[in-house]
Write a protein that binds this ligand. Structure first.
Ligand code: DX5
Ligand code: ZN
Length: 213
């Protein structure tokens, strides 16, 4: 792990103009593009699937960071790999065989992640640690962008950092320059940010403020 990675969530970007979104993110220096995939079952909201990711791929140089908030992630893995995902994160609370899903992501040559909803205890990740390159700590309830950061997630981040010193720890939800400093102090090194980046007039400065928080 070298420094802080910024992953720009397209959820709260202008979804009618993803080509511009991809360009803005490339120009911002945020190296990762975060795709919040929701199926209306695991969470109430429905966003986009692998075909949208595939459409954006030619317009972006970013690392494609896919966050599957879907009930049965195993059905989506091959589709997202073929569409151009570089990393796929599945939820510990989703159904099906999660270990096998992580193995499949690895077999396809991608990086793997395991995500925890706010109320899921840190130790839930333990069975997955061998297979997961990254742990995603949700710092809002999954479903929507633009929510407030849950400060009570900070001890969970610290605990996971001490249990997994060599893994990437990603945080998702309510990240801005203030909360970025708190999560970095707790041990997170990959910061997802949607609203904060896309509402800023100068996305490069905003990404920099997260990196240097
Ligand atoms: C919630 C999503 C959001 C999103 C980040 O399910 O996962 O957390 O990426 O959005 P902001 O940065 O607006 O909280
Ligand atoms: Zn996300």
């Amino acid at each position: 792990m070298h420094g802080t990675v910024i992953s720009a969530s397209i959820l709260n970007s202008d979804l009618s103009d993803l080509r511009s979104t991809a360009r803005r993110v490339d120009e911002s220096g945020a190296g990762w593009l975060h795709f919040d995939v929701m199926d209306g079952v695991f969470v109430e909201n429905i966003t986009f699937g692998s075909s949208v990711l595939k459409a954006v791929k030619p317009w972006s140089h970013a690392f494609f960071d896919v966050h599957l908030m879907v009930d049965d992630p195993s059905r989506q893995i091959k589709l997202f790999a073929q569409a151009g995902a570089d990393s796929i994160t599945i939820h510990a609370e989703s159904s099906g065989d999660k270990l096998e899903a992580l193995r499949e992501i690895k077999r396809l040559g991608l990086r793997t992640g395991i995500a925890l909803k706010p109320r899921t205890p840190a130790e839930t990740v333990l069975p997955y640690l061998d297979l997961a390159d990254m742990i995603l700590v949700m710092t809002v309830e999954p479903g929507y962008g633009g929510q407030g950061f849950m400060t009570d997630m900070l001890p969970k981040i610290s605990e996971l950092r001490s249990r997994a010193p060599d893994k990437d720890i990603e945080v998702d939800g309510g990240i801005n320059a203030d909360t970025a400093r708190l999560v970095k102090e707790a041990g997170a090194n990959v910061l997802v940010a949607g609203t904060y980046l896309f509402r800023s007039d100068d996305m490069r400065a905003a990404a920099e403020s997260l990196r240097n928080a």
